[in-house]
Design a protein around this ligand. Structure first.
Ligand code: PHE
Ligand code: NA
Length: 448
């Protein structure tokens, strides 16, 4: 490897930076609302612990033993069928594609930071109109902020592992913690906090469907950035002495805490003003802005803290989506980091422009396929289909195609023989099938 290594703290912060993103602050609260609150949260916690942490350990293991780009690692570590396994490494293209619309969404957040400064919507109707206008006709604004994200992400990646990725995470992650901390303390002091807590922690299993269980598994993968070569790539720059089991626990626990805290904050603010938990984008971009106004002077301040917090979470995830492909180009094609970074950023920037225009009313008919916009297709195919596929590749690879003696040598000192056996059992026999169920569900086969 030509690139520098992370420091131990730097690695943890970078991995947490990748994990904590829009998935925690925006998606987790709304799927929780959609799939029945407490029961869903419980299943999510169990899956994050039993599926998420186990796969995190598997991905960190590949990175630590492989120490290269994702494609080379699959190729080099495979005990047989090396040439075929090399292809598994090409999952790195998935996060780069996700980045194209993730960047557009971070752009909306930037726009809402400005709105929080200027003028918050005063009614739900105004809030809805604002957002729909941004989404379906105001491409100038979206293009402007998408370009800013493009410049920021490129600039950070150009600086490399140490001075770019590690440094920005060391700054933004603690700040994110402080912002969420302030918002959380504010929420605890509101009466509706109790309702929010009941909503999130009282498991009402009659509301939980089998789809809910499977969504929880998918969410555990998405939220931990698994199945996309991201953790694998970051782990390739792990310092020698780091403990991958402890790192996995820390990453998963912090990611989970952020999701729960974000949920409590959002539901407290909504319930306090008697607002509904609208689905999807509406939760953060429509419902929330309209209740901020009702908090008077404090509302503007809360809105600012909130949108700045999501922006930080989004940027640190965005850079992690680009690094795997950049590293692949550097390692396999001997490219300079500058050249590799520019190729990748232009790719996601242009694709992002297409996705952005796919929501604009005039262009929609040109870019729609079936009943989904191009934007929704990219999101659906990548985050719901390809992420679990990537997860299956990882567990099948580690469970059946890697050198067992090497794995035991690495893991037994960290977690003892019994736990290694349990972990192996899960990786080989349980997780591949659980993920397969997620894919069947997403394609609608289980629902028909
Ligand atoms: N884990 C991130 C989140 O929760 C999303 C993500 C997906 C990050 C893919 C990197 C790669 O928002
Ligand atoms: Na996350």
């Amino acid at each position: 490897m030509k690139t520098a290594k992370f420091s131990r703290l730097g690695f943890i912060l970078a991995a947490v930076g990748s994990a904590v993103g829009l998935g925690n602050i925006w998606k987790f609260p709304y799927v929780t609302g959609e799939y029945g609150g407490g029961a869903f949260v419980l299943i999510y916690l169990i899956t994050a612990l039993f599926v998420g942490i186990f796969v995190l350990i598997a991905e960190l293991l590949i990175g630590k033993l492989g120490q290269s780009d994702a494609v080379s690692m699959f190729e080099n570590l495979a005990t047989k069928h090396k040439k075929a396994w090399k292809w598994a490494g090409f999952v790195v293209i998935v996060p780069l594609i996700i980045l194209s619309y993730y960047s557009v969404v971070i752009g909306w957040i930037f726009h809402y930071i400005v709105i929080s400064f200027e003028k918050l919507p005063t009614t739900v109707k105004e809030s809805t109109d604002n957002f729909m206008n941004l989404l379906t006709s105001d491409y100038q604004t979206q293009l402007f902020y998408h370009t800013i994200v493009f410049v920021l992400v490129t600039a950070i990646i150009l600086k490399g592992i140490k001075n770019g990725i590690e440094k920005i995470n060391k700054i933004l992650m603690p700040l994110l913690g402080i912002l969420l901390g302030i918002l959380f303390v504010y929420s605890i002091n509101i009466d509706a906090f109790v309702d929010a807590a009941h909503f999130m922690f009282d498991p009402d299993f009659s509301k939980l469907t089998s789809t809910g269980v499977i969504v929880a598994i998918g969410q555990a993968f998405y939220t931990l950035s698994l199945g996309m070569g991201i953790i694998i790539t970051y782990a390739a720059s792990l310092p020698k002495q780091s403990n991958i089991v402890r790192s996995s626990l820390i990453i998963a626990i912090i990611d989970t805490i952020v999701a729960i805290v974000a949920g409590l904050i959002i539901f407290t603010l909504l319930f306090d003003k008697g607002a509904q938990s609208t689905k999807g984008a509406g939760l953060v971009f429509i419902s929330l802005p309209s209740v901020f106004y009702e908090f008077g002077g404090a509302g503007q301040f809360l809105a600012l803290l909130f949108f700045i917090a999501i922006a930080f979470a989004g940027i640190t995830s965005a850079i992690s989506m680009m690094e795997p492909t950049v590293l692949y180009l550097i390692q396999r094609f001997n490219m300079s980091r500058t050249k590799a970074a520019i190729i990748c950023s232009i790719f996601f920037y242009l694709l992002g422009i297409v996705t952005l225009f796919s929501n604009i009313t005039e262009y929609k008919p040109l870019l729609n396929v079936g009943d989904k916009s191009f934007f929704d297709w990219v999101d659906f195919v990548c985050s719901t289909m390809l992420v679990p596929c990537g997860g299956i590749l990882v567990v099948v690879f580690v469970g059946y195609y890697m050198d067992k003696t090497k794995i035991r040598k690495e893991l037994v000192p960290l977690m003892g023989k019994t736990f290694v056996s349990i972990w192996f059992f899960m990786i080989r026999y349980i997780i591949p099938f659980a993920l397969f169920a997620v894919i069947l569900n997403e394609t609608g086969i289980l629902n028909s």
